[in-house]
Design a protein around this ligand. Structure first.
Ligand code: BG6
Length: 512
């Protein structure tokens, strides 16, 4: 008797998702090619895709910026960025093929003539390189400039999709600086591009380990039964960085860390941790589940007790003397911007009621680590003496997003040789130890998805709005307060106020 048939069903599973996906002919235009993101991530990712054979021969890369460069100057810039930052080894033959399709347009975004030049450059490429009239416009520029660029693309007929050709726009977070500005931004972008052609990048969603969260939760039977408030006591989501703000004072001081990463990366991690199982991993279904859970998140009930913010002061970090935030170049003396933020939110649904979710992030912390830790309730009864279990904490399942990607399960085990003493131990899965393939960079995956028009990893406007609805009241509370963010030492784990915040609930932050 056949109990179940697990053979692939070609009608139900039309695609074998193990196979590499190769982009079709197209031009990728990057605005803001002189910026950090383009140099460190975007240009290297394009090369890595080419190196992995995932870009077609009919591919071209166009840079748009104010510099007075010729095509070959820009090609040299891309070459340097690739040599310095690409993940895969440099191969001359791959570079040669890629560089033949590299062009540069020197222009101003407010200038019609520059866009006319861009249009003719793209048309020439379509003709000469067979890029098929398909165009992706990557706006790696401050959000304040988005309206001008999308307006120019519309006015020059570059946003039109005709006869099966596509035109897509890629925007980087921050998507606005609060709910109202996010709505306005969306209004402007969607007046030019249909929502299916707008790709919002939250690069955390492109990380392999973030996608592994879905595999861990939904490909296994083991975790689901305990993935709820019957077993989970609380959840800690941490994104700690050891770096400061680098050369990004202008960007960072205008927004602070809560807008920079809680609104997007951390709330997306929360959504993937807490959402229900989607009926498929198709974009519509996945987004529906994320939206449902984000809509159930309540901002902190007591802003004074359930939020904390801090700002690093200079000192020694990892054997290096580092400046405090106020001493960083370009930071005004009277700034109130936070470089550390911690919040507690609750999710009002049947699965999570009563389980606090603690989110924290900061610059210049003790080390770079991103993880999601589910802390479990204590066993209802311990048939041991008090001294047996003195060293036993709570069980935890930790999804290690980066670095040292993997999963840790922490539980109690008997100390050998003792009559009975229980101590915490870790059981570890490390990506590096189990797979020989190395993980692609998030931007490789996301750029490829843009070129393929594959939307699941890109948040929709609705998710962006819901995230601002969670964050706005916190930002308003901080803005209205006379207090400055509390100081913390560079190289520490953040301000004392954050320890006090979580201690009020009887917990402590993990020290990963
Ligand atoms: C970006 C933030 O989105 O993420 C930066 O704007 C932050 O401030 C960066 O440094 C961290 O990314 P990653 O992939 O290194 O964790």
């Amino acid at each position: 008797m056949i109990l179940s048939d697990h053979r692939p069903n070609p009608l139900r599973d039309p695609q074998d998702r193990r196979l590499p996906r190769i982009a079709g002919p197209c031009v990728l235009v990057i605005f803001g090619v002189t910026g950090d993101l383009a140099t460190k991530k975007l240009m290297p990712a394009v090369y890595d895709l080419a190196n992995r054979g995932l870009l077609p021969p009919g591919f071209a890369l166009v840079g748009f910026a104010r510099r007075d460069w010729e095509h070959q100057d820009f090609a040299q810039i891309v070459h340097n960025a690739v040599k310095e930052n690409a993940r895969t080894p440099f191969r001359e033959e791959v570079w040669q093929q890629l560089s033949e399709g590299i062009r540069f347009v020197s222009g101003q975004i407010g200038d019609d003539e520059s866009f006319a030049t861009l249009k003719s450059t793209i048309a020439d490429l379509d003709e000469a390189r067979g890029t098929g009239g398909n165009h992706a416009f990557y706006l790696s520029i401050p959000p304040g400039l988005f309206p001008t660029v999308v307006g120019q693309l519309r006015d020059h007929g570059l946003a039109e999709e005709q006869q099966g050709r596509w035109s897509r726009v890629v925007i980087e977070k921050p998507f606005g600086h609060d709910l109202a500005s996010a709505r306005e931004l969306n209004r402007v972008v969607s007046s030019v591009f249909p929502s299916s052609s707008v790709f919002r990048i939250d690069h955390y969603l492109g990380k392999e380990t973030v996608q592994n969260m879905m595999a861990l939760r939904f490909a296994n039977q083991l975790f689901e039964p305990v993935w709820n408030n019957n077993y989970v006591d609380h959840v800690q989501i941490t994104m700690a960085e050891d770096i400061g703000i680098g050369g990004r004072a202008g960007y960072f001081d205008g927004i602070g860390i809560a807008r920079d990463v809680i609104q997007n990366h951390l709330l997306q991690l929360l959504a993937l941790t807490a959402m229900e199982e989607p009926t498929s991993f198709e974009a519509r279904q996945l987004r529906a589940e994320k939206q449902k859970v984000l809509a159930a998140v309540r901002p902190p009930k007591r802003m004074d007790l359930h939020t904390a913010r801090g700002r690093y002061v200079g000192g020694w970090q990892g054997g290096e003397k580092v400046a405090g935030y106020l001493e960083e170049k370009g930071i005004p003396a009277d700034t109130k911007t936070e470089t550390y933020a911690a919040i507690r939110v609750d999710i009002e649904n049947r699965r999570w009621a009563g389980v606090p979710f603690y989110l924290r992030t900061g610059k210049r912390l003790a080390r770079r680590v991103t993880e999601i830790a589910l802390g479990f309730k204590r066993a209802p009864h311990l048939p041991f003496t008090a001294t047996d279990t003195e060293e036993l904490g709570y069980n935890a399942l930790v999804l290690r997003i980066q670095p040292d990607e993997g999963v840790t399960l922490r539980f109690g085990a008997k100390v050998p040789g003792t009559q009975m003493e229980i101590r915490e131990v870790n059981m570890d899965f490390a990506y590096g130890g189990s797979f020989t393939e190395s993980s692609p960079e998030a931007y490789e995956r996301l750029i490829l998805d843009v070129l393929l028009g594959d939307p699941p990893l890109f948040p929709q406007h609705e998710e962006v709005e819901l995230s601002w609805q969670i964050l706005d009241p916190i930002l308003d509370f901080w803005a209205a307060s006379d207090d400055r963010p509390s100081d913390y030492d560079a190289g520490s784990w953040g301000p004392r106020s954050a320890d006090e915040m979580i201690a009020r609930d009887g917990h402590t932050w993990r020290r990963p």
